[in-house]
Design a protein around this ligand. Structure first.
Ligand code: ADP
Ligand code: MG
Length: 226
């Protein structure tokens, strides 16, 4: 019964999130639709036309960002849990975020450990690590170091994602992972929420250490499969 409740809880979490995301995406779409309707009028002055087009593009871009922070949850699969080789998945994630890091003068360092396995959905695990890496990179506006480390205890895989960025105050830390909390101009405030849901679904835990103007370290502890 306990594990069934757990599944129900997970289902509810996913459907709550799906509802909230579709709400968030609907807003920019509604706005864009309105502008496109206005643009159907052939007598519309040029400057207005330009204004509507620009706003529409902004809104569509916003919808795109929301979807990409949330991507894996668009897949309703809850049952694709497999054994994941953490080192391999980290390697994949590094590949995905390297262009973004390079663009921002961020160097990525990786320290891994072989043969550490956890159970989870590959896509979601990727999404979780990508969201954390992206946040780390975005916290370093000039340049910096993003360090991903994998180690293990007797029972857990321990992944740390560490940046040398702007850090967070106590107050910021408290609000982390509340939906829509973002300090960025075009942030969604959904990335860390997605991270927490995924790690929770994997029965793992998250610790955050952060110091303003020094950096931030996310520590994920996830039960190993042996
Ligand atoms: P977004 O990245 O769209 O703003 P997130 O949920 O990913 O939304 O993050 C929420 C907020 O948490 C960010 O806007 C930022 O203020 C803070 N944050 C998250 N990760 C870090 C980090 N590594 N360093 C500093 N601040 C961070
Ligand atoms: Mg983010």
């Amino acid at each position: 019964i306990l594990s069934e409740l757990n599944e129900l809880e997970k289902l509810k979490m996913v459907s709550d999130m799906a509802a909230s995301i579709s709400h968030e995406v609907r807003n920019p779409l509604t706005v864009t639709k309105g502008f496109l309707q206005l643009l159907q009028d052939p007598s519309i002055p040029f400057d207005k036309k330009d204004f509507y087009l620009r706003l529409s593009l902004n809104e569509l871009e916003r919808a795109e960002i929301i979807i990409s922070d949330y991507l894996t949850f668009a897949k309703p699969s809850l049952e694709n849990v497999v054994d994941l080789n953490v080192a391999k998945e980290l390697e994949y994630v590094v590949k995905v975020v390297t262009p973004y890091a390079t663009m921002r003068n961020v160097t990525i360092n990786v320290n891994t450990s072989e043969n550490v396995k956890v159970a989870g959905e590959r896509q979601k695990f990727h999404q979780c690590l990508i969201n954390l890496a992206k946040n780390g990179i975005e916290a370093m506006p000039e340049q910096g170091q993003l360090t991903l480390t994998l180690s293990e205890t007797e029972t857990e895989a321990v992944i740390t994602i560490e940046d040398t960025g702007i850090g967070m105050s106590e107050d910021h830390l408290k609000r982390l992972a509340t939906p829509y909390y973002s300090t960025k101009t075009s942030g969604t405030g959904l990335g860390t929420m997605v991270v927490y849901s995924i790690i929770k679904a994997m029965n793992g835990q998250i610790q955050v250490e952060s110091k303003e103007n020094v950096g931030t370290r996310f520590i994920l502890s996830i039960p190993k499969v042996t």
